[in-house]
Design a protein around this ligand. Sequence first.
Ligand code: HEC
Length: 110
Amino acid sequence: MKKILLAVSTVALLGLSVQASAGDVKVGKKIYDRAFGRGCGACHDISSNPQLIALIKSGDLTKASFSTTLKEGKNGMPKAVDAIMAVGPVKKAGLDEEQAIDAVWSYLAQ
Ligand code: HEC
């Protein structure tokens, strides 16, 4: 009986975590589309600027460096954390800074 209960609750927990990450990807897309008003794509969809999805796929952009760039900015790249936290769906989902950065990363890395 205990084993069955354990199995049932494990399945329930797994279901919850899958749901949470799918939700984060959606919020991540909203961040990408809306941060700074015009979205990250206003700059990053231009081929002369870093192509984030390609850099993540090739392993040239690590999660740690992604996070540092968003927090501190980098040359022509403005600090982005405040702009990210101001996006409506981020506030609505109650994400903190790390969770919001994770959400954009998950969207770009999926
Ligand atoms: C005003 C234009 C602009 C906007 C808006 C912008 N970026 Fe950038 N971003 C840049 C430029 C230009 C660089 C290249 C900086 C450099 O290395 O000289 C860059 C670099 C980066 C890098 C570092 C890439 C690397 O190879 O190290 C990351 C990560 C990044 N941007 C993420 C984002 C995200 C996520 C958003 C939206 C929240 C965003 N950027 C919005 C212009 C922009």
